[in-house]
Design a protein around this ligand. Structure first.
Ligand code: SF4
Length: 269
């Protein structure tokens, strides 16, 4: 049974052919050095936060990584206040859940899950700037999948759930005068959203079933997004798809099975 996370769903929705190239065939272009550096910072930051939430000592690491340590402490202070308001809470870092849905395994890993008898809150650390439009966060598959899976695998009603993104950046990446400023965005949930997401998932996964069958049995490639949508020129597979003379890296022969940048900061260990 195929396991799907939010990155897979995003690719499927953006362009099914992108899902074929990157997930089924494992082709990805090398990551640009500046993006790689940011991704490494994000990955390390997640590891530090995970270590803290697991109760492991941070001091030696914080001494080595003073700039990142300041960011970790800022985030801990910001979230500590919330936790103090709920003394009877239960919490777990890197909390994983799986939901069997429409013959696929939907998987999520929460950076931090905090629950109380009548409330569940998902926390997610992001190492990029807070998006200007709140709605963009609510619409992305990470938000939708994380909340949907929690509602389906717990006793909570959708209205009792929420997801909060915490945004922190490295000093060099931040344009804020207060280099350790933490911003957050809380997304509430309700039964109407839950049922909408259920329908969206059903549509997406039923199409995936069909595309997989065609691909495996008849060697028919996954459908491509309409060229008019303007996604292809920015896609790493533009050259491979013959949708643009110049791919992002300028040469498809450099494609290789590398890491998915989208996932670097989310990787559970
Ligand atoms: S180049 Fe266009 S058609 Fe090809 S994978 Fe990318 S988005 Fe899809």
């Amino acid at each position: 049974m195929l396991r799907l996370n939010q990155s897979h769903l995003t690719k499927l929705e953006t362009c099914p052919r992108q899902f074929q190239h990157s997930i089924l065939e494992q082709f990805l272009s090398p990551v640009a050095p500046d993006l790689q550096e940011k991704a490494e910072w994000g990955k390390h930051f997640h590891l530090l936060m995970q270590q803290q939430e697991l109760g492991l000592p941070l001091s030696p690491l914080l001494e080595q990584e003073q700039e990142m340590g300041a960011s970790v402490i800022s985030l801990l202070n910001a979230t500590h206040e919330r936790r103090l308001n709920h003394p009877q809470h239960w919490q777990e870092a890197e909390h994983a859940r799986t939901l069997n849905f429409e013959d696929f395994l939907l998987t999520v890993v929460y950076d931090l899950l905090i629950t109380q008898p009548n409330q569940g809150e998902i926390y997610d650390w992001k190492t990029y700037p807070k998006p200007k439009k709140h709605q963009l966060l609510a619409q992305q598959w990470q938000t939708k999948l994380y909340l949907f899976v929690l509602a389906e695998t717990s006793h909570y009603q959708p209205e009792q759930l929420s997801m909060t993104y915490w945004f922190v950046q490295s000093k060099t990446a931040s344009s804020s005068p207060d280099k350790t400023a933490i911003q957050s965005a809380r997304i509430a949930y309700n039964v109407k959203q839950h049922e909408t997401i259920r329908q969206q998932l059903k549509t997406l996964l039923n199409q995936l079933k069909q595309d997989l069958e065609n691909y495996e049995r008849q060697n028919i490639p996954f459908p491509q997004v309409a060229e008019e949508k303007g996604i292809c020129p920015r896609c790493l597979f533009a050259h491979r798809c013959q949708r643009n003379a110049v791919s992002v890296q300028g040469n498809s022969s450099r494609e290789s099975p590398l890491v998915d940048l989208d996932q670097i900061a989310e990787l559970p260990i």
